[in-house]
Design a protein. Structure first.
Length: 71
């Protein structure tokens, strides 16, 4: 399973459908947090602060922090 597929599985499990926008294989957006897969794993993460490359684990950590805001 690719990093993108793993991230999407986490997103679908954790977030309500209305919070997720996906362009299969090219981009996933959750509440304005955008993840674009890199060719060799990981993602380019974009938000209001700019962009940075992150690993799958870091992407999930970012999304977990976003979920905590709603708890």
């Amino acid at each position: 399973m690719s990093d993108y597929e793993q991230l999407m599985a986490y997103i679908v499990k954790s977030f309500p459908p209305y919070a997720v926008i996906s362009s299969p294989g090219s981009e996933a957006s959750v509440d304005g947090l955008i993840f674009r897969p890199l060719p060799h794993g990981g993602f380019t993460f974009l938000n209001d602060a700019g962009q940075q490359d992150v690993t799958l684990a870091e992407a999930i950590s970012i999304l977990e922090a976003e979920l905590a805001l709603y708890s």
